[in-house]
Design a binder for this molecule. Structure first.
Ligand code: ZN
Length: 296
């Protein structure tokens, strides 16, 4: 049975996002995109270290060779955790200076997948100028999906044959056939429909039973789904409406960490949901799968 949801850090993040558990060091990485912060939370000591990377940062994953790989405003870069130095490696969107990187994750072969989004300016609400990229360990980068509104959640099935993907511009979770050898994806289809009255699908993770966990931005919840039949299995209510992402962590991968945001919330909604921007966790009664690190 699921226990009650707890607030881990009352961070009041503007746009908390991108949680990623480091299975080697037992640390949780997460970001506050708008404040340019990478957070490194150690549950043993309850210390939450922050590093200002000097630009918007949408996601972080650990690198096999040490340090972190980040999806940033100006491309994909590395973060050295000794010097705190952040260095851009590659920028596939040098021609789209308004875009920034958003969510990202490594596939089971250790390639880094990260996508972009265009800024929402004035009356232009939806702009399909984003893409999903794959960075290979040899530093080649490929465009995998184009015409993306807001590139978000990514997950791979336990048998490594399916990649799940969320573009927040669409109220669905998509699936692709995934070739672990080449990294190729094919045959896009919808596997889960999200009722727009429950918010927009944002970040996502997968558990050891192959069920998907989806964060609902504007819906104050995380939901568990069976991607084989699109059935809703479980709902975890979060005391913050703007739920952005989730990731399994802890020594036994039995804790679900959940990030939230407070940016853009009207004053009265902030008053009624003062924990918005916090980092939460819950033991949902099932374990996650270890997140692969970047193989470089
Ligand atoms: Zn997101």
């Amino acid at each position: 049975m699921a226990e009650k949801i707890k607030i881990v850090i009352s961070a009041k993040a503007e746009l908390g996002e991108g949680p990623s558990w480091d299975t080697r060091q037992h640390l949780l990485y997460w970001v506050d995109i708008n404040r340019h912060l990478v957070h490194i939370y150690d549950p043993k000591t309850s210390v939450d270290r922050t590093i200002d990377v000097g630009q918007e940062v949408g996601c972080v994953v650990p690198k096999k060779a040490g340090g972190l790989l980040c999806g940033l405003k100006n491309g994909i870069g590395t973060l050295d955790l000794e010097s705190d130095e952040c260095r851009i490696l590659v920028d596939p969107e040098i021609h789209l200076p308004g875009n920034r990187f958003n969510d990202g994750k490594c596939d089971p072969a250790g390639r880094f997948w990260a996508g972009t989004m265009a800024p929402k300016v004035g009356a232009v609400k939806e702009n399909r100028a984003g893409s999903l990229y794959c960075l290979f360990p040899d530093m080649t980068i490929r465009t995998m999906i184009s015409d993306v509104t807001t590139s978000n959640g990514l997950a791979w099935s336990p048998d490594n044959r399916i990649m799940y993907y969320i573009d927040t511009g669409l109220p669905v979770v998509s699936a692709f056939d995934f070739d672990i050898e080449s990294g190729d994806i094919a045959n896009r289809r919808t596997v889960i429909d999200i009722d727009p009255s429950t918010g927009k699908p944002d970040g996502m993770t997968i558990d050891e039973e192959g069920m998907l966990w989806v964060a609902h931005f504007g819906g104050g919840r995380v939901t568990r789904w069976d991607p084989k039949d699109g059935r809703l299995l479980q709902t975890v209510e979060v005391p913050a409406p703007r739920v952005t992402s989730c990731a399994f962590g802890g020594h036994h991968l039995d804790e679900l960490y959940i990030t939230t945001a407070r940016s853009g919330m009207p004053e009265d909604e902030l008053k009624s949901h003062p924990k918005s921007g916090g980092l939460f966790k819950i033991k949902p009664g099932v374990r996650g799968r270890p997140e692969p690190e970047f193989n470089g």
